[in-house]
Write a protein that binds this ligand. Structure first.
Ligand code: DOR
Ligand code: ZN
Length: 459
């Protein structure tokens, strides 16, 4: 491959957003120049790489491709909704060059054998890929075995549903939870809702509404109290046991406040939110119905505002899309039989960029949350950062160009973001230095991506 120089770029990392140039050689970042003036960076880059082909980015953002460690790509078992190849293509269009898929497939990924089967299925996808291992009340021996030796590099984290959701994976025995939280070498990723309170919430709604439960009851059924009780319990356990705890899709102001406090003395505690909780509020149930039903539930405008603040101040470390497609006809069903989940992997970055623009959130925070922090949390080396020697997984984004979100970008054909005007058009995407999206369109190059390698993380 010939050397490529990106000049006249706005280099965006977790530390800085400013003029610069970047060189790519043999699929890796070979040099990085930052200066007050783009021409100065370009001049230096040109002297170091005189033979390189130039790409003038006209001031557009150049950032590390995203690592979305929270997707539900439905393969195996649900490929009418999504599969690894279609999910990966949607991800690439959204600037996401690596994904880590959740274990609530059919069958669930709760054994090494299931993990290996998924790896074989992923071998041809064009982005980089990885998988989390699911916990159940009775697969501890399997998890322990997976943590030993080479197999440990095969999975990102141990996913624990403390409240059940799509797929009904659940760990509800405290003794098992304690053992999982005491494991070492991988982060424990939690879906944090208290199962008992969620069940009680559903029962109360059935008593009150019968079969005609309105979608607006969702945040009362899967309540803030359910989130809070579960997160309090997890934080307490993590502090006691020294767990590397990553709390997924934080949805309430109270949890953000608790996490902010806990992190002061326990840097092994980290948290994620998704664009869904920063964009939608309970006002949207009436307009969107089942389309905006997801678990945990989208809560109030006050929650959204507190989450935006927590995202801006770094309390929420990472951005996961929680891309969770279902068929449109399933999402049109009445509340009780309507599955939870929102397709979003292609729109997660533009949604955040739009919110950053609207609320003055520093773009450095977006870069940190989109790739850098999750790479660190999962022990992914050489990806998710703009630095010399790292793989050239890159996204070129025009923060001033707006476009309309369309469900047609997804295999399932819909999204609750349909028709929204979003800023941050993803123009070009590179995987190991190879252009896979050019001017917003997929290229014909079919070279497969690489399996992510997960290094052990310590306390
Ligand atoms: O809304 C959700 N959908 N929340 C989950 O926890 C799972 C996901 C899915 O897989 O559909
Ligand atoms: Zn999820």
């Amino acid at each position: 491959m010939t050397d490529v120089l990106f000049v006249n770029a706005t280099l965006l990392t977790g530390a800085r957003c400013g003029p610069g140039a970047l060189a790519v050689r043999d699929g890796r970042i070979a040099g990085l120049w930052q200066a007050d003036r783009a021409e100065d960076a370009a001049g230096e880059a040109q002297r170091a790489f005189p033979q390189a082909a130039h790409h003038d980015l006209g001031g557009k953002l150049l950032l590390a491709g995203g690592i979305d460690a929270h997707v539900h790509f439905r393969e195996p078992g649900g490929t009418a909704k999504e599969d690894l190849a279609s999910g990966s293509e949607a991800a690439l269009k959204g600037g996401v060059t690596s994904f880590v898929d959740m274990p609530n497939t059919t069958p669930p990924t709760v054994s090494l054998a299931a993990l290996r089967e998924k790896r074989e299925r992923a071998a041809a996808v064009r982005s980089h890929w990885g998988f989390h291992l699911g916990a159940t009340n009775d697969n501890l021996a399997e998890i322990r075995a997976a943590l030993q030796g080479e197999d440990a590099a095969l999975f990102g984290g141990i996913k624990v549903f403390m409240g059940s959701s799509t797929g009904n994976l659940l760990v509800d025995r405290d003794a098992v939870l304690e053992e999982i939280f005491a494991l070492r070498g991988k982060p424990v990723l939690i879906h944090s809702e208290d199962e008992g309170l969620v069940r009680a919430g559903l029962e109360a709604a059935r008593q009150r509404y019968g079969e005609a439960i309105p979608f607006s009851a969702h945040p009362a059924i899967r309540s803030r109290e359910a989130c809070l009780r579960s997160t309090e319990k997890a934080l307490d356990m993590a502090v006691r046991l020294g767990t590397r705890l990553h709390i997924l899709h934080v949805s309430t102001a109270e949890e953000a406040a608790l996490i902010r406090e806990a992190k002061k003395s326990h840097p092994g505690i980290t948290a994620e939110t998704s664009a869904n909780y920063l964009w939608f509020t309970d006002k949207d149930y009436e307009r969107l119905g089942g389309a905006v039903k997801c678990n945990p539930a989208v809560k109030t405008a006050a929650d959204r505002d507190a989450l935006l603040e927590a995202f801006a101040d770094g309390t929420l470390d990472t951005l996961g899309s929680d891309h969770a497609p279902h068929l449109p006809e399933e999402k049109r069903r009445p509340y009780a039989s309507c599955p939870s989940g929102i397709p979003s992997v292609r729109h997660s970055l533009p949604v955040i960029l739009t919110l950053a623009r609207r609320h003055g959130i520093p773009l450095t925070r977006v870069a940190a949350a989109f790739s850098e922090n999750i790479a660190r949390i999962l022990g992914i080396e050489g990806r998710g950062r703009l630095e010399t020697g790292a793989f050239a997984d890159l996204a070129v984004v025009d923060p001033d160009e707006s476009f309309r979100a369309h469900g047609a970008d997804y295999k399932c054909g819909w999204t609750p973001y349909e028709g929204e005007t979003l800023y941050g058009a993803v123009k070009d995407v590179y995987v190991d230095g190879l252009p896979v999206i050019v001017d917003g369109r997929p290229t014909a190059d079919r070279r497969p991506g690489a399996p992510l390698v997960f290094h052990p993380v310590s306390r």
